[in-house]
Design a protein around this ligand. Structure first.
Ligand code: FES
Ligand SMILES: [Fe+2]
Length: 431
């Protein structure tokens, strides 16, 4: 029997059926309705600076090669030969003029065009049309302040429209003199949990931090590090893109983590005036802690981390984790940022270990005869959301709430049903 997606999520998005986190049919539908239609994060322009530069990644479960083409444009090519489907590129990254399939050696250039077929005369009698057999490409490829995205949907809105208000918050990290770049190398590991469990946490789950990561606060000799306070918010930026953030009093801004090395404190002090000028007064008082660009592009800027949660069937997620730094920062500063990233959200990072263990436990319980019939609860703070004038995003809540998860599952439902779901009514108040 076909799944009725609308039955999986409550009308006010306060619960989601555990079926959504294990069912192969739902997973297959997600590939069609979410990963084939949304804009997907692919990587950073610093990975493909020169014509012929490439790296491999995924759009959902579809393997792709991202190239800087011979024409200088970005391409997202499906990494599957048009002859019999073999991967034409098995390297993680590099520079090449051509991709030659290991099976029968059909050969494509960096723009994805088929340029060579062995024994074309003897085998195909010169009757094969190379121009009709190039690699399948994403319908649109674009970048936002150095971050590369693509979509398979020709009818999708532009990247800028897709990001909507979330771009304002992404600017808090990306708007730097000299831009940003990735530290070379990607950490990759598997978590035995559905991708949505990782994303609804990365969406801005501040609630777990004091508890799941409590030992880290103790190690930093700062037991109050994760307490609730009036500066901390959850923010739903249209639509399904979310974050948790600090919003300080005018004129104050974030100066790094309390336990950061001295070199980073000095770096923030030294660059403060220039960064504040770039961001302006409204952005300058907001600090982006963690968030998620729908569907699966996670941000943890306080730890210099961005990441993708690649779905791998309904019960596994492949995490790809990157360290994003200010491109113009001195080498020693970048090294210090890299160490902070590795120690917190690298695969053996103190915080990462806490999260993966919890998602695995949540997923394991959802496949059982008793608890598998129940739902996950996202009711915290429902009806207590408000708007803050001048802060983009349709509604905000206290740090200790589940505004962001309700926004995430509202968008999930919209994608799955094709319907536009109602926005919850919020209280309008200054704040
Ligand atoms: S599968 Fe690629 S050339 Fe045959
Ligand atoms: Fe966490």
């Amino acid at each position: 029997m076909a799944v009725d997606f609308a039955q999986l999520v409550a009308d006010d998005y306060t619960w989601v059926s555990r079926q959504a986190f294990r069912d192969p049919e739902i997973h297959a539908a997600e590939q069609e309705r979410i990963f084939k239609r949304c804009w997907m994060f692919l990587g950073h322009e610093s990975q493909v600076r020169e014509p012929g530069d490439f790296f491999t990644t995924y759009m959902g479960e579809e393997a792709v090669i991202v190239t800087r083409g011979l024409d200088g444009a970005l391409h997202a090519l499906v990494n599957s030969c048009r002859h019999r489907g073999m991967r034409v590129c098995r390297a993680d990254r590099g520079n090449t003029k051509r991709f030659s399939c290991p099976y029968h050696s059909w050969t494509y250039n960096a723009n994805g065009e088929l340029i060579g077929v062995p024994r074309r005369k003897e085998g195909y009698y010169d009757e094969i049309d190379l121009s009709r057999n190039g690699l399948i490409q994403a319908a649109q490829v674009d970048s936002y302040r150095g971050l590369i995205f693509a979509t398979f949907a020709a009818a999708a809105p532009s990247l800028r429209d897709y990001l909507g208000d979330m771009a304002w918050y992404m600017d808090l990290v990306l708007e730097r003199e000299g831009g940003t770049e990735l530290i070379p190398g990607i950490h990759k590991w598997i978590v035995r949990a559905n991708w949505k469990l990782a994303c609804d946490n990365n969406a801005g789950d501040w609630y777990h931090v004091a508890f799941a990561h409590g030992s880290s606060a103790k190690l930093n000799q700062n037991p109050n590090q994760f307490d609730e306070d009036d500066n901390r918010l959850q923010i739903s930026a249209e639509t399904g893109h979310t974050l948790c953030a600090y919003r300080y009093k005018p004129g104050r801004r974030w100066m790094g983590a309390q336990h950061q090395p001295r070199i980073l404190t000095e770096y923030f002090e030294e660059t403060e005036a220039r960064t504040a000028k770039l961001l302006g007064p409204d952005k300058g008082r907001v600090h982006f802690i963690a968030g998620n660009v729908f569907p699966n592009f996670g941000w943890i800027p306080g730890s210099y981390t961005i990441r993708q949660y690649h779905p791998r069937g309904p019960d596994q997620t492949e995490v790809w984790s990157y360290c994003l730094v200010d491109a113009a920062a001195p080498r020693e500063v970048k090294d210090a940022m890299k160490r902070m990233y590795t120690n917190s959200f690298g695969p053996s990072g103190l915080l990462e270990q806490d999260d993966g263990e919890n998602w695995t436990g949540c997923a394991a319980s959802s496949n059982k005869p008793v608890m598998g019939r129940e739902s996950f609860n996202y009711q915290m703070g429902v009806g207590h959301e408000w708007n803050i004038p001048g802060l983009p995003g349709q509604h905000v809540g206290r740090a200790t709430s589940e505004v962001v998860q309700r926004s995430f599952y509202r968008r999930w439902l919209e994608q799955m049903t094709g319907r536009s779901e109602p926005v919850l009514r919020v209280i309008a108040r200054e704040g």
